[in-house]
Design a protein around this ligand. Structure first.
Ligand code: NAP
Length: 249
């Protein structure tokens, strides 16, 4: 491991909490400069900036909604100016609005698709051309086992995460020859605010379906994310790697 991301400029979306925060800190520990965005958590963003800077690298926080293409473009251009190049993009920001399908509203549907699928489109659209010109770059999309197998109560979320897998593979085929890699991590149940919100009954049921017999921790995800951003993964593209304790095998 060591400083295998030294000098790289990496964007992590939705880094104020949970998995995004863990990935941002792991990138910084490995020597990468980190730009990140968030929606509301201003205080957490300031704390994360300070924590990253303590590791001796640059941190650039932005309050930018991933669904707003104009704001995303402005952020990506500003980061390019500061870092000189964007070597990595982690499309992590996401949310759930779980509901049985017959109760799901148009807002439940569109909010999830806008954040989880249009958000990654917006960031990739804003950053990929710079990567193509530099003939290097790694895009990592954080998807879910829900997008692989479908989960009840998550039609909107499953659709967004399955869509993200399609985006990953299609873009990987388009830009591979230009030195840009695009991969996805399909995560199982990881202990964050998102899964803390699940009813106890669903948590117990989910636990029974995990061969490794426990929920994942953020630290179970971050080494694989950092690896896919690093040059050690230079022959890996279009992969959807499960980090799920065996849930969706
Ligand atoms: P989390 O703890 O709820 O954190 C979500 C992060 O995304 C926060 O930093 C939030 O910012 C940000 N965010 C949400 N909407 C945004 C928007 N419109 N624009 C910008 N930032 C936005 O979530 P998590 O559990 O770490 O999940 C991270 C990713 O992993 C998501 O894509 C999720 O679908 C995926 N995933 C998680 C699990 C799991 O078990 N936890 C499993 C599979 C996949 P604020 O703090 O400002 O709200």
């Amino acid at each position: 491991m060591g400083k295998d991301l030294e000098g790289k400029g990496i964007i992590v979306t939705g880094a104020t909490r949970g998995i995004g925060r863990g990935i941002a800190l792991e990138v910084a520990r490995r020597g990468g400069n980190v730009a990140f965005n968030y929606l509301k958590s201003e205080q957490q963003a300031a704390e994360l900036k300070a924590e990253i800077e303590k590791l001796g690298v640059k941190a650039l926080p932005y309050q930018v909604d991933v669904g707003d293409l104009k704001a995303v473009r402005e952020m990506v251009n500003a980061v390019k100016k500061e870092f000189g190049q964007i070597d990595g993009l982690v499309n992590n920001a996401g949310l759930t609005r779980d509901k049985v399908f017959v109760m799901m509203t148009e807002e439940d549907w569109s909010e999830v698709i806008r954040t989880n699928l249009t958000g990654p489109f917006n960031f990739a659209r804003a950053a990929v051309f710079m990567m193509m010109k530099a003939k290097r770059g790694s895009i990592l999309n954080i998807t879910s086992v829900s997008g692989l197998v479908g989960l009840p109560g998550q039609a909107n979320y499953s659709a967004s995460k399955a869509g993200l897998i399609g985006l990953t593979k299609s873009l990987a085929k388009e830009v591979g020859r230009l030195g840009v890699r695009v991969n996805a991590l399909a995560l199982g149940f990881i202990e964050t605010d998102m899964t803390a919100a699940l009813p106890e009954e669903n948590r117990t049921q989910a636990l029974g379906m995990i061969p490794l017999g426990r929920f994942g921790k953020v630290e179970d995800v971050t080494p694989m994310a950092a690896f896919l951003l690093s040059d050690a993964a230079s022959y890996i593209t279009g992969a959807v790697i499960q980090v799920d304790g065996g849930f969706a095998m």
